[in-house]
Design a binder for this molecule. Sequence first.
Ligand code: NAI
Length: 347
Amino acid sequence: MRHTVVLIPGDGIGPEVAEAARFVLKEAGAKIDWLERQAGVAAVEQGSAETLPIETIEAVQEHRVALKGPCTTPIGEGFTSVNVALRKRLNLFGAVRPVRSLQGVPTRFSEPGVDIVIVRENTEGLYAGIENQVTPGVVTSLKVVTEDASRRIARFAMDYAVTRCRKKVTVLHKANIMKLGDGLFLQCCRDEAARYEGRVEYEELIIDAGSMRIVQRPEDFDVLLCENLYGDVMSDLCAGLVGGLGVTPGANFGGDHCAVFEAVHGSAPDIAGQGVANPLALIMSSVMLLRHLASTTGDTACAEVADCIRDAYNAALVAGEKTRDLSGSLGTMEFAEAVVRHVRLGV
Ligand code: NAI
């Protein structure tokens, strides 16, 4: 069975890591036909009047699965986030970011190890982008919290935990200060958690104390459920526990049966164009994509290719074949080639 997947390379290191991921998938035998579409700076550079062209949205709506590289968002000025817009347009309300210790990437948290999944609400909170300059020197940024979106993400997290046999969902919040906004989010999480009683443990932590505990005892945590901004920050914090942004994959799921797979990291302008970025986070995101294809289409071959790539990148890391961010010396494509060598050894 062949699958059409939309590829949005993005910008910065995006095209480099996307090429590496595509190479690994092809060499591992994934039966994927790529449909390349652009977003962000890349779209504008290729002549689009929009940072998020309608052809890109329609391609994902039609084929329902995309692999996406990072897209730059200018700081403090310029166009608004293409990533946020894409998630909103495609109703991709839930981000799933697994953060796991890797045998070949030792860190101070390797023993007893980290195995956390962050579930992030993707559509509202402070990312609603409603800002207002009341008067020069005074600005308000509106945090939007709705019952519908809060219940939806809470159910999503609980379902995720139950279907993946995870034991506990921890909600991180600041409802002691934002009594209405975070208060509503928390109440929705409580209500939905009550429906899952006996199937998954439920816990609440104020985000500041929770952050400290996660760094002190990451092994105590399983699924973290966060509103948008907290989920963004916790994703990078947890990435730091297992080796950094080069090893942290992600996926965005939605109500319209679309799924967009992308690494947690951004476009890394400091290393873009040098061929040194770690493509592993996008390769790991591709493995998630293959598992998604397997479960939505019943094509077990996708799951086999996913296992094969996972075993291969683990073997490469254990053999010390790593990029610079993991204290190795390989370039982006050199690492991809190392993974492919292990794919062939494993066949
Ligand atoms: P970043 O994740 O791009 O980079 C942070 C640091 O991590 C940099 O030192 C970078 O070199 C390093 N890094 C990131 N990915 C790496 C990789 N694969 N291999 C080796 N090193 C890696 O975060 P930053 O600098 O805050 O954002 C840069 C741009 O990316 C911004 O415009 C931001 O808006 C955008 N961004 C886009 C995202 C997306 O498209 N989903 C997500 C996060 C940021």
